[in-house]
Design a protein around this ligand. Structure first.
Ligand SMILES: C[S@@+](CC[C@H](N)C(=O)[O-])C[C@H]1O[C@@H](n2cnc3c(N)ncnc32)[C@H](O)[C@@H]1O
Length: 367
């Protein structure tokens, strides 16, 4: 049996022709196996946290604050060795992941570059380095060098890290994107804008659902946008791709009838979240829809799950997860001018958590 035959099935949305040689694949599969091996330790930690009456009482507090939950869980764990091992292993794995995936790419550059190159990079509208906010240059998720830390980071992340590490760990994470697209109130949009589109994983689900729409993807990562362009072209699709901050896209006002995002908000500090809602309002035509999907609010999670989210965020280079998971996005949307604001959980445990809203029709805006 050849190595290709024993490779895991190719997840939805990925290029089936991309194959890592055994060494590169083994390194990434080792990281996935290491994460899976933490399962029994995690189960013991969960049992200890859930057995704590103080933790159980947290959910019923009138104003449950995440700092109080973290302290209660720390007391329940009492310096647990299991938790120390989990922490050390996960931090090491995060630091190792991108360098190993990038090294696997370099070892096969000649053959993989052919799958990674954007067909027409000049067609990506680039608003320039000066519009890149400082917070974006942080190494989110521990991605070495940040989102543009490698010329082909979009490919390295999407085709290699997702295939060999994230999908085996978390399962079919693309189906959720299709579910969020399906939560939009209409299917007849003609102009759809995906803020923080990355390599186009969600953009693709939007293009499949809103077949009449001109699709625009906005992101700050050139490497991601280049690979998004490649993925669209491989499917015979053309998207307008713009390198710009989601809070200041430079796109014409009232040019879209759906403005949407998938897991962008938790990458942003609160002031930028507010600006992104205001920008979405500016971009929408009166009567247009907003659909923003992101992490579940802690208040909608079971105490153990809220604790785990917050611990993972702290240890996994997610500086804005906590502020997003505790923000009042209904208030933010209303302050930006939206009406009919509502929220819903599409999956178990409150994730994906979707905020939907409408820019009022013209006559309502002027009254
Ligand atoms: C977690 S990824 C999600 C990508 C994509 N939406 C998906 O479904 O896979 C977050 C993306 O947001 C982008 N991003 C972060 N801050 C941004 C900002 N202020 N403006 C535009 N894009 C931003 C990052 O470059 C990254 O591609």
């Amino acid at each position: 049996m050849s190595p290709d035959e024993i490779a895991a099935p190719v997840p939805d949305g990925m290029n089936p022709d991309v194959r890592l040689h055994q060494r590169g694949r083994a390194e990434l599969e080792f990281l996935a196996a290491q994460r899976a091996a933490l399962g029994p330790l995690r189960a013991r930690v969960k049992a200890r946290i859930e057995a704590s009456p103080e933790v159980a009482a947290w959910a019923d507090a009138p104003d449950p604050r995440i700092g109080d939950l973290r302290e209660a869980a720390d007391r329940a764990l009492g310096g647990s060795a299991d938790q120390a091992v989990i922490g050390a292993a996960l931090r090491w794995s995060r630091r190792s992941l991108t360098p190993r995936a990038a090294a696997a790419f370099e070892a096969q550059r000649a053959e993989l570059a052919e799958f990674a190159e954007a067909p027409d990079p000049a067609a990506i509208l680039d608003r320039g380095d000066e519009v890149v906010p400082r917070y974006w240059q942080y190494e989110f998720h521990g991605t070495t060098g940040g989102w543009d830390g490698h010329e082909h980071m979009g490919f390295v992340h999407h085709e290699l890290v997702y295939r060999y590490m994230l999908v085996p760990t978390y399962g079919d994470i693309f189906r959720q994107r299709a579910e969020v697209a399906a939560a939009a109130p209409r299917t007849d949009y003609t102009a759809v804008c995906d803020l923080g589109c990355g390599t186009g994983q969600y953009t693709l689900k939007l293009a499949e659902r809103f077949t009449r729409a001109r699709v625009t993807g906005v992101d700050l990562s050139l490497a991601s946008l280049r690979y998004a362009q490649r993925r669209a072209a491989d499917r015979g699709l053309t998207w307008d791709l713009v390198r710009a901050p989601a809070e200041r896209t430079g796109l014409p006002e009232r040019s879209q009838d759906l403005v949407t995002s998938f897991i962008l908000l938790h990458e942003l500090p609160p002031h930028a979240v507010r600006k992104v809602f205001e920008e979405a309002f500016r971009l929408l035509r009166p009567g247009g829809d907003l659909v923003f999907s992101d992490v579940a609010p802690y208040a909608k999670r079971a105490p153990y799950q809220a604790w785990l989210d917050d611990w993972d965020a702290e240890n996994g280079n997610e500086p804005w997860w906590r502020t997003t998971a505790t923000a009042d996005l209904v208030e933010t949307a209303e302050a930006a001018g939206f009406t009919e604001v509502r929220q819903q959980a599409l999956g178990p445990g409150g994730y994906p958590w979707v905020t939907l809203a409408r820019r009022p029709a013209e006559e309502e805006e002027t009254t």
